[in-house]
Design a protein around this ligand. Structure first.
Ligand SMILES: Nc1nc(=O)c2c([nH]1)NC[C@@H]1CN(c3ccc(C(=O)N[C@@H](CCC(=O)O)C(=O)O)cc3)C=[N+]21
Length: 300
C-alpha cells in the first residue's frame, strides 16, 4: 500500500460550530436585555432508543451553553399518536417555547408526517413542515426555517470560502431531511445541482464532474476517490458505525465518503465525526434564536 499525504484542507465543523455558539450566546444576551425574555426550545422524545436519547441530551446541553431554556417531554414507546399530538399542541400554545423539535425516528405505529405537520410553522425549528419546505423550493420566497443539517452544510461551505454561484454541485441522496433540502439550498445559491440516488446510472461519473459534493446517502464510504474531482469541496453528512475490533468501543464512525481517498483529491473536506454533526446542533440553536427574535419583535 502506498501512503500519500492528504492534500485537502480539513473543514473543522467542531470549531466552526463553537464559533457559532459563541455568536448565539451574545445574541441571546442582547435579546434578554432588549425584551426581558429568553428563547425556549422544546424537545419531544418518544421511546427509548439509545442514539435518540444521546442526541436529545446533547441538544439540551447545547441550549444551556448559549442561554436557551430547554423544555423536554419524554413519552414511552407505547404512546399513542394522539398523545404525541397533544404534547405538540401544548407547546404550540406555550408562549415560552419558540422552537419545537420532535426527535426522529418515531415508533412505527405513529404517523411521522402527521406529527410534523402539526407543529406550528412559526416554531418549526427543524424546518420539516411542508409549508417551510415548499417556500424553500420557490424562487422569491423565504422559509421561516431551513432544515438544520443542510443549513449546516451550506454554512460550512460559506465559512470555508467555497464559491457556489455558477459551480456544479452533486448531492448524493434525496431524503426529505437532508438531500432534497440541500439541493434546494445549493440551487438558491446559483449552483447547478444534480441529485444522485439509488436509481441513478453512472453515479460515479456524474459525481466526479462536481465542484461541490454533499454526500447524504447513508451508505458507509460509498463516495470513493474516483467520485471526486481534483479540487472539489466535499461535505460528508453520513454517520455510520462500522465494526473495528481495534477500537475501544468495538466500532468506529465513518461517513458516506471514503475520507482517505477523497482527501487526496479534494480541495477541502469535512471529517466524520467533527464535521457536519456538530453543525446540525449549532443550526438548531440558530433557528431557535431566529424564531424567538421574530416572536419578541411581534410582541409575543
Ligand atoms: N427531529 C430531528 N431533528 C434532527 O436534527 C435529528 C433527528 N430528529 N434525529 C436524528 C438526527 C441525527 N442528528 C445528529 C445531530 C448531531 C450529531 C453530532 O453532533 N454528531 C457528532 C458526534 C458523533 C458521535 O460521536 O456519535 C459528530 O458528527 O461529530 C449527529 C447527528 C440530528 N438528527
Amino acid at each position: 500500500m502506498t501512503v500519500t499525504a492528504m492534500a485537502a484542507k480539513l473543514i473543522d465543523g467542531k470549531a466552526i460550530a463553537e464559533d457559532i455558539r459563541k455568536e448565539l450566546k451574545a445574541e441571546v444576551e442582547q435579546l434578554k436585555a432588549k425584551y426581558g425574555k429568553t428563547p425556549g426550545l422544546a424537545v419531544v422524545l418518544v421511546g427509548e432508543r439509545k442514539d435518540s436519547q444521546t442526541y436529545v441530551r446533547n441538544k439540551k446541553k447545547a441550549c444551556e451553553e448559549v442561554g436557551i431554556v430547554s423544555y423536554g417531554t419524554d413519552l414511552p414507546e407505547t404512546a399513542s399518536e394522539e398523545e404525541v399530538l397533544k404534547v405538540v399542541a401544548d407547546y404550540n400554545a406555550d408562549p415560552n417555547v419558540h422552537g419545537i423539535l420532535v426527535q426522529l425516528p418515531l415508533p412505527k405505529h405513529i404517523d411521522e408526517q402527521r406529527v410534523l405537520d402539526a407543529i406550528s410553522i412559526e416554531k418549526d425549528v427543524d424546518g420539516f413542515h411542508p409549508l417551510n419546505i415548499g417556500a424553500l423550493a420557490m424562487r422569491g420566497r423565504d422559509p421561516l426555517f431551513v432544515p438544520c443539517t443542510p443549513k449546516g452544510c451550506l454554512e460550512l461551505l460559506k465559512r470555508s470560502g467555497v464559491q457556489l454561484s455558477g459551480k456544479r454541485a452533486a448531492v448524493v441522496g434525496r431524503s426529505n431531511i437532508v438531500g432534497m433540502p440541500a439541493a434546494l439550498l445549493l440551487q438558491r445559491e446559483d449552483a447547478t445541482v444534480t441529485v444522485i440516488h439509488s436509481r441513478t446510472p453512472d453515479a460515479q461519473r456524474i459525481c466526479a464532474e462536481a465542484d461541490i459534493i454533499i454526500a447524504a446517502c447513508g451508505k458507509a464510504e460509498m463516495v470513493e476517490g474516483d467520485w471526486v474531482k481534483e479540487g472539489a469541496a466535499v461535505i460528508d453528512v453520513g454517520i455510520n458505525a462500522v465494526d473495528d475490533p481495534s477500537a475501544k468501543r468495538g466500532y468506529r464512525l465513518v461517513g458516506d465518503v471514503n475520507f482517505a481517498q477523497a482527501a487526496e483529491r479534494a480541495e477541502c473536506i469535512t471529517p466524520v465525526p467533527g464535521g457536519v454533526g456538530p453543525m446540525t446542533i449549532a443550526m438548531l440553536l440558530r433557528n431557535c434564536v431566529d424564531g424567538a427574535t421574530r416572536a419578541f419583535a411581534a410582541g409575543h
